[in-house]
Design a protein around this ligand. Sequence first.
Ligand code: SF4
Length: 64
Amino acid sequence: MKVSLIPERCIACGLCQTYSDVFDYHDDGIVKFAHTEDLTAELPDDKDTLLAVKSCPTKALIVD
Ligand code: SF4
């Protein structure tokens, strides 16, 4: 599945990484992928990643 980040929407709440270690943070707490600096990544289908996406309070995470 394709997952995209919209850092401008991220409020650095830290929630997404509690669900999936696909997500990591810059020093200021804004979301990034753990494995790449890209804003879009093709990831294996995974329920924890999906839960993280759905749990983001500001819709900073998008799955296609
Ligand atoms: S859950 Fe959303 S707002 Fe919170 S850190 Fe992750 S991307 Fe940012």
